[in-house]
Design a protein around this ligand. Structure first.
Ligand code: NDP
Length: 493
């Protein structure tokens, strides 16, 4: 109960506007004690298992399989069988029907999946509810629409499915990345073997139930769980025709080396170190919201996070002041509480990496600011952090931290902003905040980034292609472009 203060007999006003807890009910998700691999439409008992946990509490959630090479090969064989035994030949309109069904079931069961995503991944329920789930369903709806229009999407090129797609996804958007991968692959007529990340397997396993509900033919989608060894096994499997990978640049490079000369198709969506650029004519309060959304959304576990803030020198002080004030209002804590803005760090390993880079930033001479906030004792947590006094050479300005940590740099002219923004091995995304449309276009032309947001940040739409330049990878996901990596064309083998 909030303490009330009486001033000169006027209406009492609360001294402290604390939020009452608003927990989302977690019993909407029925978890099993143990999950196998989903192969050929059946649950296959795993030979080895590990325990998946909630990063917010460290409690065990379920036992899941650590796929052996034989289990991966069984999944690939099931996908090959389903491809040759009908899926590639059924009418495109029929394929679309399954995708529409999956989309609708995801919508119907969205609360259940949102709770599961927050439970296993640590992200705030308001994000999984309002972003991950609607976007996942939207991807299936969008690609359902393309399934019977491939000839129109690629006129005179005779598009054909490739065969079996091996798909390896990360832990930051487990269900959304699954949707980004599976929806275009199926729309194009392929079958799939997918591996979710070691720390977040549950929504992909739960999704198998959706596949059954949608009556998707057995073997069209197969899901095997496990750590990097399972991913490596999928990559080298001879029965796989295409690999789609989202994750770290290091693993992406290793996969590229492994596939060189094999003729397998490859798309890589890797890391980023995006610049969010604020000009002095920008609407400042709106820009501050964009900065917050750019770096603290999903605890900063976002490949396109606006982790380098470039502020025009003349507005540096008001921006930093407004930003620090706004930071004090962020609520860090229970991911299942509807008021939470910043949830748990996904794993102990990721928390250690954030600690290491933040310590390096302080050592190199940057000034750290963290708002007063009490972090839960159990689980993996990191307070929202801002670094000022950052030089371009510091590790916190160069390396992907993948956590709620912002580095602020300044610039004087648009040319300098472009030079600093492009001074990174990555090239996934960027943000520009200015009132002038001509400046937005001028900047967008020069920024070496796959996505440039103007006066907004972290906005996604299934119809819009997403992907990187340089060490951020190659190939596009989303939009008509996202179909292309899953198709063969006349003259392309
Ligand atoms: P990884 O690249 O290791 O993980 C991505 C996926 O690849 C996971 O499913 C992982 O399995 C799998 N994998 C790991 N090793 C191999 C391999 N040799 N062959 C095939 N697949 C493999 O990223 P991390 O989870 O280790 O995160 C490390 C850093 O990567 C983060 O700190 C962040 O900077 C960056 N990252 C970037 C992402 C992005 O979207 N751009 C997403 C995730 C991380 P498993 O998880 O089971 O080990």
């Amino acid at each position: 109960m909030t303490e009330l203060e009486r001033k000169h007999d006027r209406t009492p006003v609360p001294k402290d506007w604390a939020y009452a807890p608003a927990p989302e009910a977690r019993d909407i998700v029925a978890l099993r004690e143990r999950y196998g691999h989903f192969i050929g439409g059946e649950w296959v008992e795993p030979r080895e298992t590990y325990t998946t946990i909630s990063p917010a509490t460290e409690e065990s959630l379920a036992e899941v399989g650590q796929a052996t090479p034989e289990e991966v090969q069984a999944a690939v064989a099931a996908a090959r069988g389903a491809f040759e035994d009908g899926w590639s030949d059924i009418s495109p309109a029929e394929r679309a029907k399954y995708l529409f069904r999956i989309a609708r079931i995801l919508q119907e069961r969205s609360r259940e999946f949102a709770v599961l995503e927050s439970l296993n991944g640590g992200k705030p329920i308001k994000e999984s509810r309002d972003v991950d789930l609607p976007l996942s369903a939207a991807h299936f709806f969008y690609y359902a629409g393309w399934a019977d229009k491939l000839e129109y999407a690629f006129p005179n090129r005779r598009p054909r499915p490739i065969g079996v797609a091996g798909q390896i996804i990360p832990w930051n958007f487990p269900l959304l990345m699954l949707a980004w991968k599976i929806a275009p692959a199926l729309a194009a007529g392929n079958t799939v073997v997918l591996k979710p990340a070691e720390t977040t397997p549950l929504s992909a396993l739960h999704f198998c139930d959706v596949l059954r509900q949608a009556e998707l033919p057995a073997g069209v989608v197969n899901i095997v769980t496990g750590d990097g060894r399972t991913g490596a096994e999928i990559v080298k499997s001879e029965g796989v025709d295409k690999i789609a990978f989202t994750g770290s640049t290091e693993v992406g490079k290793a996969i590229q080396r492994e596939l060189a000369g094999t003729g397998k198709k490859l798309t890589l969506e890797l890391g980023g170190k995006a610049a969010n650029i604020i000009f002095d004519d920008a609407a400042l309060d709106q820009a501050v919201e964009g900065i917050i959304n750019g770096i603290y959304f999903n605890q900063g576990h976002v490949c396109c996070a606006g982790s380098r803030l470039l502020v025009q020198e003349s507005i540096y002080e008001p921006v930093v002041e407004k930003l620090k004030r706004r930071l004090t209002t962020l609520r860090v804590g229970d991911p299942l509480d509807k008021n939470t803005d910043v949830g748990a760090i996904n794993s102990k390993q990721q928390l250690d990496k954030i600690h290491e880079l933040v310590a390096a930033g302080e050592k190199e001479g940057a000034e750290i600011y963290q708002p007063p906030c009490r972090l839960p004792e159990k689980g993996y947590w990191f307070a929202p952090t801002v670094f000022t006094n950052v030089a371009q050479s510091y590790r916190i300005a160069q390396e992907e931290i993948f956590g709620p940590v912002l580095s602020i740099l300044t610039f004087r002219t648009p040319e300098e902003a472009v030079e600093k923004a492009n001074n990174t091995p990555y090239g996934l995304s960027a943000g520009v905040w200015t009132e002038k449309g001509s400046r937005i276009l001028w900047m967008a032309e020069r920024l070496r980034a796959g996505v440039v947001w103007a006066n907004t940040y972290n906005r996604f739409d299934p119809s819009s292609p997403f992907g990187g330049y340089k060490e951020s990878g190659f190939g596009r996901e989303g939009g008509r472009h996202g179909l292309e990596p899953y198709l063969d064309f006349d003259g392309s083998g």
